[in-house]
Write a protein that binds this ligand. Structure first.
Ligand code: 5AD
Ligand code: SF4
Length: 482
């Protein structure tokens, strides 16, 4: 019998990468084997992102590109999954003129095998985009590629309703997986050889499993796998509390890296964005973080050119960047999204040209901050998790610091998945370079904590919601950032 295969291209954030692993798991159970080759695939899916207009454009362009594939493989089922599916529903089937057979939203992945069968049997398009108040896929073990780094999605949806953001509409209401099943999954991942786990949620601070909050979950995971690094993303400044700071500070294997989106440094704009905190409140959190974890690295998200943003507002954003001295920032032009409150009630009155000018200004500023902070790194030490070959050549390898920085170093005896001590010898504004300090002693047990050393990292991330590197994975499906 002919082998049934599934090819998925993943766009957008880590949540989508985690969702793709759920989809692969559901389809694997139904007899489909994942493939990294589009040509010849039985199912060809795109897991899409709707956060900004350019994310959607990429998908439309790619669908155009798939027209030839569909012609050559008329029996293949082409599907659009994820946030665009939810957002655009029938438009996708109409506007791409029949090459899309299936449109399936993020809460309907269990139905995929049935939907695929129905589409193949009737040659009719299928749509399933209902959002659920309960679906967490808690019982589905994601189909993960081999590697050292894994994602666990711990909660889904978002109830914050920032006025610019489409996520509450594409991913629906907040709901959490159970603490025990997540801690158990951490243990299984450790047994499978994973050395780093990232807990994911649109707004992890809203995690709630019958009264157990995100700090309880983080502590439970850190205790379940003491020799595995735990990271998490993303936090909302309104709910970021002292308990979470204390939990992070008291576990060596919880990475001292915090992504805390500020969006704007102007209280007036924050109010229009419905961010529900002030600049002062945000700076208060930063102070508490720096008090408890002086060497913690911080990154943020910033939107420029939001409705009515003046040059004064923009200057306030720049001043907050200088004050916090982020290690890295994800910076974006405001992109009006249909259905959101800002789209419906506020004028998108900063021209594209002016948005781009402001964006460029904050990119330059962030690069200056990064370069300055990276210089201080030289001579300092880190524990890195060895990730494998760098892109440049076979001799140079790369690893990641607790503070989420990439360090390039001569390989010597390093192996993928080891924690090793490294001394920083050189730095650019984007990368650290170093030398291994130890020879084969640390292996798979994490050496002592990085706390108490000079650690300043910087990684400017520009216009990209996430940087995902799956180089070490034996089986690899494409991930396209937006
Ligand atoms: N335009 C620009 N950036 C946006 N983000 C979310 N919605 C928009 C939008 N409409 C950014 C925010 C958020 C990150 C994931 O994407 O900065 O924190
Ligand atoms: Fe969007 Fe705001 Fe929710 Fe983040 S917190 S996903 S920006 S609505």
């Amino acid at each position: 019998m002919e082998k049934k295969t599934v090819y998925i291209e993943t766009y957008g954030c880590q949540m989508n990468v985690a969702d793709t692993e759920i989809v692969l798991s559901v389809l694997h159970k139904a007899g489909y084997t994942p493939t990294s080759e589009l040509e010849g695939a039985t199912l060809a899916f795109m897991n899409t992102c709707a956060i900004r207009e350019n994310a959607e454009e990429k998908v439309w362009n790619r669908l155009e590109h798939w027209r030839g594939f569909k012609k050559r493989n008329p029996d293949a089922v082409v599907g659009v999954l994820g946030c665009m599916a939810e957002h655009l529903r029938k438009d996708i089937i109409k506007s791409s003129m029949s090459i899309v057979d299936l449109v399936v939203g993020p809460d309907e992945y269990r139905k995929l095998p049935t939907l695929v069968d129905a589409t193949r049997a009737t040659a009719e398009s299928g749509i399933a985009v209902k959002l659920s108040r309960t679906e967490t896929y808690d019982d589905i073990m994601p189909f993960r590629a081999e590697g050292i780094s894994a994602f666990i999605s711990v909660m889904r949806g978002c109830d914050k309703f920032c006025t610019f953001c489409v996520v509450p509409y594409t991913r629906g209401r907040e709901r959490s997986r159970s603490l025990t099943s997540i801690a158990d999954e951490c243990k299984q991942l450790e047994q499978q050889g994973f050395r780093e786990i990232t807990l994911l949620g649109q707004n992890v601070n809203s995690y709630d499993d019958e009264g157990k909050d995100f700090s309880d979950l983080l502590a439970a995971c850190a205790r379940a796998v003491p020799n595995v690094r735990i990271r998490y993303t993303t936090s909302h400044p309104q709910d970021f509390d002292q308990k979470l700071i204390d939990t992070m500070a008291s576990h060596d294997n919880i990475c001292k890296y915090i992504h805390l989106p500020i969006q704007s440094g102007s209280d007036r704009i924050l109010k229009l964005m419905n961010r529900t905190y002030t600049r002062d409140h945000y700076m208060g959190i930063i102070e508490k973080i720096k008090l408890a974890m002086p060497n913690a690295a911080m990154s943020t998200d910033i939107i420029v050119g939001f409705c009515t943003e003046t040059l004064d507002d923009h200057e306030m954003t720049k001043s907050v960047m200088r004050e916090v001295e982020y290690e890295g920032a994800y910076m974006f032009n405001y992109s009006p999204r249909p259905n959101t409150k800002a789209y419906d009630t506020l004028a998108d009155d900063v021209s594209l040209e002016e948005k781009s000018r402001r964006l460029n200004e904050i990119i330059v500023l962030q690069n200056e901050i990064s370069a300055r902070k990276n210089l201080i790194e030289v001579g300092g030490e880190h524990t890195i998790l060895v990730e494998g070959r760098s892109k440049r050549n076979e001799i140079e390898w790369k690893g990641r610091t607790d503070t989420n920085k990439t360090v390039i170093f001569p390989r010597l005896d390093a192996e993928v998945g080891e924690y090793r001590r490294i001394c920083v010898t050189r730095a650019t504004s984007a990368t650290l370079f170093g030398q291994l300090m130890d020879q084969k002693e640390s292996k798979t047990i994490m050496p002592h904590s990085d706390r108490g050393e000079v650690i300043y990292d910087a990684l400017p991330h520009v216009g990209s919601a996430v940087s995902i590197d799956r180089q070490n994975h034996a089986f690899e499906l494409p991930v396209i950032n937006s």
